[in-house]
Write a protein that binds this ligand. Structure first.
Ligand SMILES: [Zn+2]
Ligand SMILES: [Zn+2]
Length: 396
């Protein structure tokens, strides 16, 4: 109180003397980008589903989980792509001669990616790549400064995704070299809110950062009773695809999967059988979508019609509730019902600031019989969209 009275007196004295009033702390006005590249085609592509955070027998904290068991479950659940992301420190960084050369890491149908869980003292990240890269180099500089890590990551051309950013082994590196964040980490669902909060904070900072899912599953379903341990029972709760990350890829290729992930054309479902949420925006009121989740555009100053739809297997008699998040705060709630559940809401993003919108869908789970305990683990959030952005920095 004494300080503020003093400050008020000091300001009054200055003004009385005809001096310029003190500048506000945030005196520099926000300058929206002058140009933003045109949004890519909304129809030229295919939705592909997968999981980017799975541990196999190549991680020491995994049990009863050979690669063939993971791939069999993934194939059965209809996955299109997959990354087995074992802890790199369990093989001293040499993932290239362990998981990548495992003869069981092969599939005729699924796109299998290259990567590992970069497991450091300052947090964990999943490294994701369409092609083999020098993971050992990244492992070797894990204790170096962020600028050094950022330069190497750029040189390698890999996608780096912060894992369970706010919970166990919280991510304590700069987010300036991060491409996506594990907004939905299944195994810690009870405390996942902090991961979502960090993702929102990154979006608020103008980083058009992708939110993705990751099961972080470690254990396989027992083949025989003698393989059953308390840990293997976790396989019935948290396994491949809990949650499932969908990407709108330009083609069914490894490169297109990673590109879609980087661009944010991504949707997350609680399990591989739950419906996917499709989130689009019609900017010019012609009834056709002009943007989808992950896209960025300049606002026109006119109202935008946002469209939310659930696509896939679901209970046709059920009602789903959609929370719309605008700039980190709940903006509105809409409901979805019927055979083709869809809803529209309208808002006018201002031209002089950044704005983003994303949606969370709540409702009954579609059963995942192979992993029945996952239904309880994920609560009633069945789907999560990425953000539709306005005035975001196109450089990021
Ligand atoms: Zn981890
Ligand atoms: Zn992990």
């Amino acid at each position: 109180m004494r300080v503020s009275v003093f400050a008020a007196l000091a300001a009054a004295t200055l003004l009385a003397a005809g001096a310029t009033p003190p500048r506000a702390v945030h005196a520099t006005p926000y300058r929206p980008p002058t140009t933003i590249p045109q949004v890519a085609s909304l129809t030229d592509g295919v939705w592909l589903k997968g999981d980017l955070h799975i541990h196999s027998r190549h991680s020491r904290d995994s049990s009863n989980n050979p690669v063939r068991k993971i791939l069999a479950l993934a194939d059965h659940a209809g996955m299109d792509y997959l990354l087995i992301s074992d802890h790199d420190n369990h093989v001293n960084g040499d993932v290239a001669h362990n998981i990548w050369v495992d003869p069981e890491y092969r599939s005729d149908r699924m796109l299998l990616l290259y990567g590992a869980e970069w497991t450091t003292h300052r947090g964990h990240a999943t490294i994701i790549s369409a092609v083999p890269y020098d993971h050992q180099a990244l492992y070797d500089i894990a204790d170096d400064r962020d600028t050094v890590i950022a330069a190497l990551k750029r040189k390698l051309g890999v996608h780096l995704s912060a894992n369970h950013p706010g919970t166990h082994d919280a991510f304590a590196f700069s987010y300036d070299f991060v491409d996506s964040v594990e907004a939905w980490n299944s195994s810690v669902w009870a405390t996942n809110a902090i991961n979502m909060h960090i993702w929102d904070d990154m979006l608020k900072s103008g980083r058009k950062m992708t939110g993705r899912g990751g099961s972080d599953s470690h254990h396989g379903v027992p083949d025989t009773p003698d393989q059953a341990t308390p840990l293997t029972y976790e396989a019935y709760i948290n396994n491949v695809g809990t949650p499932t990350t969908w990407v709108f890829a330009k083609a069914r290729t490894r490169h297109a999967v990673v590109d879609a992930l980087t661009n944010g054309r991504v949707s997350i479902s609680a399990n591989p059988y739950d419906p996917r949420v499709e989130f689009t925006a019609d900017l010019d009121d012609d009834g056709h979508p002009d943007m989808m989740q992950g896209d960025n555009a300049k606002p026109t100053g006119k109202p935008v019609a946002f469209h939310v739809a659930l696509v896939g297997r679901m209970d046709r008699a059920a009602a789903y509730s959609v929370d719309v998040i605008k700039d980190g705060e709940k903006f509105t709630t809409v409901s979805l019902t019927g055979a083709h559940p869809e809803a529209v809401f309208t808002d006018t993003p201002i031209t002089t600031a950044r704005t983003y919108y994303r949606v969370e869908v709540h409702g009954p789970q579609t059963p995942y019989p192979e992993v029945p305990g996952s239904m309880k683990l994920s609560g009633d959030m069945i789907a999560l969209s990425n953000a539709i952005c306005f005035n975001f920095d196109p450089q990021f």
